[in-house]
Design a protein around this ligand. Structure first.
Ligand SMILES: Nc1ncnc2c1ncn2[C@@H]1O[C@H](COP(=O)(O)OP(=O)(O)OP(=O)(O)O)[C@@H](O)[C@H]1O
Length: 599
């Protein structure tokens, strides 16, 4: 009851935004052509050749969809522009972008060589939020979530490097107009530096980040699949000082939620986390708005609106679709958006008191994440992975090494004063690039079983059709041969007339019955032998069918999304004698040999 009221409260907050959402959808699609300009045009904001980007995305497509089961984590990185404050201090951008996904960090020590890092996708300071959505691979991630994969997009990097900006835009945008901050105390912690965002109408903004744009794209994908029924549920939590707090139910700040291990799904989950059914795009916006308003934000020397917690916004996508015939199955995909709190050098941020405690907790959990990434990326001597050492790594375990697909966006600041943190982030990213995950579609065990049984039944029906055809020919032939060659059916007499027959005719009749009986017994033995032979043949056919079905499934799974191969293999037409028919019973020849043996 309380939950329902809360759901209505959260969802109701998004309702008045209908115009904004519709406008967003219209605007986003109408702007589709302009992205080309930003990658190829004179400004060259996205510093990577398009082919490179496409290679990344198509690798993801081929591997995940064809269930080849290894996938390298995508990790583009984004360099934020110099801030006004940095400019006023006379700081300069020290990163160079020579092209082909390279970034050069000039050394601060005289005579030392500059460090060169190389990536698939680099977003230079002038890259727009739209570029990020178009070329980071997040659209592909959303498609995969709709198809039933577990996907995660997260931003990491030092404090003030632009993680929150990349995910949700400038401070306050996801909740209302930017820069509409008040001096309210957030979450009653007594610190005047903690601010609460004033709500207000938020018109469409170019500054909206990955999350809002992803929501719009997600709904577009759903509308493009009218054959399926979708159910979306969203949750939003934060990990603040190693405590899990439900951002849609901030009362949990007093009684943090527990992270538990599920034996069934073999992953960690948050107990009693509030989830909201999202039937409309507005509902998702409402979840984002509510969560962003409740998250812990603070100020320190390096960022006036610094996130003091890690947040995880999860949208679960259940898809009910007709699998084969009248069987419906459900896939369970999800997309997580994770905004990590930034690593901090407390000397630089001048953290004290509460901010210092937060910084220590943030740094500790990021250090555990770093260990996990280092272990996972070391393919050969992969040892114990310390997921259990922090709440963050417990909740990201599945994204990092499980059955998920992950996009890690490394955010970096361009100035000399941040060089050592920048190099750390780039090293982190280089390690993360080596991690492999094994994406699989999540499906109900019951649904998966029904589908496989249905397939088996279809295959057996086809097989039986073959066998029935083959058996008809043999049975008719054999019955004919018996009646022609061996059996002389005795005349049918009524029992009452038997005693009227003369003894000689009676002897003859008994003889006839004895012959017929022995012929039938012989026929019976031969039919049994034939039945055994057919059972053996059937066994062979079944095995062959199983093999062919497996092959067919393999071929199908390889072809199903390939742009060059038709979605389904074309079976050879019945009239064509050149190509072997995939359904031809390979044991026909052995069945025939039974027949020829008999004749
Ligand atoms: N690409 C960008 N374009 C314009 N401004 C940006 C960009 N990236 C970041 N900024 C600005 O830089 C400031 C710091 O960014 P942001 O708060 O997103 O950093 P952060 O990495 O999330 O920091 P923290 O870890 O402390 O939360 C913000 O004012 C933000 O609007």
């Amino acid at each position: 009851m309380g939950n329902d009221k809360k759901k209505d409260e959260v969802k109701g907050k998004g309702k008045k935004r209908v115009d904004w959402c519709q406008f967003m959808i219209g605007s986003a699609s109408s702007r589709g052509g302009s992205t080309e300009r930003s990658t190829r045009g004179s400004t060259t904001t996205l510093q990577s050749d398009e082919d490179n980007v496409n290679v990344v995305v198509s690798q993801l497509r081929t591997r995940a969809e064809n269930k080849i089961h290894t996938y390298t984590i995508l990790n583009p990185y984004r360099v934020r522009p110099l801030s006004e404050e940095e400019r006023s201090r006379g700081e300069r951008q020290i990163l160079e972008f020579p092209g082909r996904g390279q970034v050069i960090c000039s050394s601060t020590v005289a005579g030392q060589k500059p460090k060169v890092f190389s990536y698939n996708v680099v977003f230079e300071p002038a890259a727009s939020q739209e570029d990020l959505v178009e070329y980071s691979g997040v659209k592909r991630l959303l498609e995969m979530a709709v198809e039933g994969f577990s996907c995660t997009a997260f931003c990491y990097g030092q404090t003030g490097s632009g993680k929150t900006h990349t995910l949700t835009g400038p401070p306050g945008l996801a909740q209302g107009k930017p820069d509409c901050w008040r001096g309210d105390v957030c979450r009653g912690n007594g610190s005047p530096r903690y601010t609460r965002i004033e709500r207000g109408a938020s018109p469409y903004s170019q500054e909206h980040g990955l999350v809002v744009r992803s929501f719009v794209h997600l709904f577009r994908l759903i509308h493009e699949r009218p054959e399926s029924h979708f159910v979306l549920k969203a949750s939003f939590l934060e990990i603040y000082n190693e405590k899990v707090i439900d951002l849609l139910n901030p009362g949990t700040a007093r009684k943090p939620l527990q992270v538990r291990w599920s034996k069934e799904s073999r992953s960690f989950y948050v107990e009693n986390l509030f989830t909201v059914d999202c039937e409309e795009l507005d509902d998702l916006f409402a979840v984002l708005e509510e969560g962003m308003r409740n998250r812990a934000v603070g100020a320190h020397a390096m960022n006036a609106h610094s996130s003091r917690s890690h947040t995880l916004l999860c949208v679960r996508v259940r898809r009910d679709l007709r699998a084969t015939g009248d069987v419906t199955c459900s896939t369970h995909g999800k997309i997580n958006f994770v905004d990590l709190a930034g690593s901090e050098m407390t000397k630089k941020t001048h953290s004290r008191g509460k901010t210092l405690e937060e910084a220590n907790n943030i740094n500790k959990s990021l250090m555990v994440l770093g260990y996990c990434i280092a272990q996972l990326s070391d393919g050969k001597k992969r040892g114990h992975i310390p997921y259990r050492d922090s709440k963050l790594t417990k909740l990201l375990a599945d994204s990092l090494a499980g059955n998920g697909v992950t996009l890690m966006i490394a955010c970096i600041a361009p100035t000399r004063s941040n060089l050592s943190e920048t190099i750390n982030t780039l090293r982190y990213a280089a390690r993360a690039k080596k991690i492999k995950t094994k994406p699989i579609v999540k499906m109900d065990a019951r649904d998966a079983l029904i589908i496989s049984l249905k397939r088996e039944v279809d295959a057996l029906q086809a097989e039986n059709e073959h066998l029935r055809t083959a058996l008809h020919v043999q049975t008719d032939y054999n019955m004919d041969s018996y009646s022609n060659r061996q059996r002389q059916t005795p005349p049918q007499l009524e029992a009452s007339k038997l005693h009227q027959l003369p003894p000689s005719e009676l002897v003859e009749l008994v003889q006839l019955y004895m012959d017929d009986n022995s012929a039938l017994r012989k026929e019976n033995t031969e039919l049994f032998a034939m039945r055994d032979q057919l059972l053996r043949d059937q066994e062979l056919v079944s095995r062959e069918n199983e093999r062919l079905l497996k092959k067919l499934e393999d071929v199908n799974s390889v072809c199903v999304r390939s742009p060059i191969i038709p979605a389904r293999p074309t079976y050879s037409e019945s009239g064509s004698s050149e190509q072997p028919n995939i359904w031809t019973n390979p044991v026909n020849s052995s069945s025939n040999s039974v027949v020829s043996g008999d004749s």
